[in-house]
Design a protein around this ligand. Structure first.
Ligand code: KIV
Length: 262
């Protein structure tokens, strides 16, 4: 599949749904890229890869290391890099860190969380030549401040806030938007209110595409399975079964047999 550009991604709106999957390493990037329009190096890697209970301790160095690996594994796929918590708290910091992503990796764009309150940051990045993906609705980086993961769009007030957040982010120059953990009917209204593609996660089917965390989608992440996650593979059970068979064969001397020796 030919690598998409910002222009070709935007032309998909209303024509076909976009497929985004997270990836953290070259191995899975290669495997997932065949079926993805966009690979997202999400700071969710801090949980499933790094073993932490939230995304907040993720660092710029970590995101750059994982983005380099993903880009090596999937050089023909459009890649977006998440900006971690605390790396875009003001315009100067945001631009310095986004420039690091562009200088130190071949990533195509960065993603920052937040609505109208973050529009000035999106504008500062886009006006300095950085392509930006917005992220509104449930914001994992606000986990501690909000006291948990809160589904958004439950009231008309919240719905109108989400629509104005999406419009502000679009107006500031973002080329695409992720909407997470939002009532499906409200996410549909948000997608209809802007001309950039809106990619949903836990936001129903009325948006312009979907993103899932790969380790959730493959059933590899066991600590917590959100309601919106469909597991397309029973990955944890398959991996454990394979490791158990290997361990049994090592213990009973069955592996390596004559097929696996020099
Ligand atoms: O970090 C991540 O993987 C994300 C997705 C949940 C959209 O931001």
């Amino acid at each position: 599949m030919k690598k998409l550009t910002i222009g070709s991604i935007q032309k998909c709106k209303g024509v076909r749904k976009l497929v985004m999957i997270t990836a953290y390493d070259a191995l899975f990037a290669r495997l997932l890229s065949e079926s993805s329009d966009i690979l997202l190096v999400g700071d969710s890697l801090n949980m499933s890869f790094g073993g932490n209970s939230d995304t907040l301790s993720s660092t710029m160095d970590q995101m750059i290391y994982h983005t380099q690996a993903v880009c090596k594994g999937a050089p023909e796929t459009f890649v977006i890099t998440d900006m971690p918590f605390g790396t875009y708290c003001d315009e100067k910091t945001a631009l310095e860190n986004a420039i690091r992503v562009y200088r130190e990796t071949p990533s195509d764009a960065v993603k920052i969380e937040g609505g109208a309150d973050k529009a000035h940051l999106v504008r500062h990045l886009t006006s300095n030549g950085i392509a930006v993906c917005g992220h509104i609705g449930l914001l994992p980086q606000a986990f501690r401040a909000e006291g948990g993961y809160k589904v958004k769009g439950k009231t008309e007030h919240e719905a109108l806030q989400l629509i104005s957040d999406a419009q502000a982010i679009q107006e500031a120059g973002a080329f695409i938007l992720v909407i997470e953990g939002v009532k499906a009917d409200v996410a549909t209204r948000v997608a209809q209110s802007v001309s950039i593609p809106v990619i949903g996660i836990g936001a129903g089917n009325g948006v312009d595409g979907q993103v899932l965390v790969f380790s959730d989608m493959l059933g590899l992440y066991e600590p917590f399975v959100p309601k919106f996650v469909k597991q397309y593979l029973n990955g944890a059970a398959i991996v454990k079964e394979a490791a158990k068979t290997y361990a049994d064969e090592v213990e009973n001397g069955e592996f390596p047999n004559e097929n696996y020796i020099y």
